[in-house]
Design a protein around this ligand. Structure first.
Ligand code: HEM
Length: 186
């Protein structure tokens, strides 16, 4: 069903309140505070409170003059060109990469999923924690900032039966791009 206009949304107001209060909608799944993502579409607490009180207040139509234009996250060039590295269990990097995100496929059927990167110097980056990944579950989690990971870094995906694609740009390719600037890394 479409929820893009007031007329389409109004009959569903009560259900919408329930969906956002239980955080079932919009589907996102990543545990807060574990990684940071630029396409995070989950709602903030003030947004949830706003929707909930709008429904309680009779779900009135707003002033069209203040309506924000509708736009979807289409992804940028860097996201489209990002390579994929399959990680099932553990995978040790043979060359440095700039990790850009994690893609979780629709076939993942596990009660929870965690992805982390263990650098050779002992530092650990927590990349993603999903609770109850469920179909369609096909989602790309793009990091707020690309992460420089040296050769020898161990990428770990748990539980061992699950697999994800770590999305990356080749560090050499990025810094050697004609006229290109290396992406800022932490
Ligand atoms: C009556 C209330 C709603 C119902 C029954 C509903 C149902 C669904 C279903 C069945 C799906 C696809 C399967 C899934 O991911 O579980 C979906 C996807 C989605 N819903 Fe809802 N939804 C509701 C309200 C909302 C609201 C209020 C939002 C935003 C605040 C929202 C945002 C989304 C988004 C972003 C997707 C994913 C679309 C995509 O990836 O293409 N939904 N919804």
């Amino acid at each position: 069903m479409s929820l893009t206009t007031y007329a389409e949304v109004r009959p569903w107001a009560k259900a919408i309140k329930h969906q956002v209060l239980t955080r079932r909608m919009p589907p996102w799944g990543a545990v807060k505070g574990f990684g940071a993502f630029r396409n995070d579409r989950s709602l903030s607490l003030p947004e949830i409170a706003l929707i909930s009180s709008w429904v309680e207040g009779g779900a009135p139509e707003g002033d069209r003059e203040f309506a924000t234009p509708f736009h979807a996250h289409d992804g940028d060039e860097a996201e489209r060109q990002a390579g994929r590295m399959r990680v099932r269990g553990a995978h040790v990097l043979k060359r440095p990469i700039l990790a850009a995100g994690v893609s979780v496929g629709a076939s993942v059927r596990v009660p929870w999923l965690q992805v982390s990167a263990h650098r050779p110097d002992g530092s650990v980056e927590h990349l993603l924690w999903l609770r109850e990944p469920r179909p369609p579950g096909m989602l790309d989690y793009w990091f707020l900032r690309p992460l420089a990971l040296p050769a020898g870094t161990r990428l770990v995906c748990q539980p061992g039966s699950a697999q994800v694609d770590v999305r990356f740009a080749d560090e050499q390719a990025v810094s050697g791009r004609p006229g290109g600037q290396p992406l800022p890394a932490e």
